[in-house]
Design a binder for this molecule. Sequence first.
Ligand code: AMP
Length: 249
Amino acid sequence: MKILVPVKRVVDYNVKVRVKSDGTGVDIANVKMSMNPFDEIAVEEAVRLKEKGVVTEVIAVSCGDAKCQETLRTAMAIGADRGILVETTEELQPLAVAKLLKALVDKEQPQLIILGKQAIDDDANQTGQMLAALADLPQATFASKVDVADGKATVSREVDGGMETLTLTLPAVITTDLRLNEPRYVTLPNIMKAKKKTLDVFKPEDLGVDVKPRLKTLKVSEPPKRGAGIKVADVAALVDKLKNEAKVI
Ligand code: AMP
């Protein structure tokens, strides 16, 4: 059984992003880039399933420019067996990525596709759901526990007011929540081993996918600065302000 794990190269979560002065986007020149944290969790989960003997091959996929090879090497250092780069310099939106992944699902026939629930750069939370729709596969989003046995995946997910458990018939799409696992540290010997693993490169045209953006960003701006807070004398003054100034109660 194969698992496909899409991994996105994003601005590292420790970096405070700056909006470009012309408002066309955020400045990513000379900024540290890393694997999307939710995707690291997805790779870790896939590798754990392999270590349990449930899965035979873990394939990491990244769509973007040539530098995404670094992200794929990290996935292979965690334990993915091989990588696929769909190389393009075009700005990729979730629908385009979902179409590329659908083409790779057709080609590789994985039983499970584990994505992050969202990419921390666009915060779209769309690709997994779009892929499930395009490939006509069952989906469980925001997984906090995954068990795979007898051609089925049992997924626990947090919902408002509790936990929901879903059973999916494989092949299926799962997206990871933060609580699913804690990814391992990548060790130097595994980084060295990862350099020797297979990494195939395709262009979107090879997969028959038009990746042109469908959405146009009109403007990007900083959130308004917060004003200074004040201290109130007592609870009565607080309630009065909430009632009469903020008008929230
Ligand atoms: P999004 O819908 O953009 O929030 O992304 C959700 C998930 O889709 C990510 O956590 C990745 O697993 C996957 N994904 C999105 N964009 C890419 C990309 N360019 N390359 C590989 N995987 C991606």
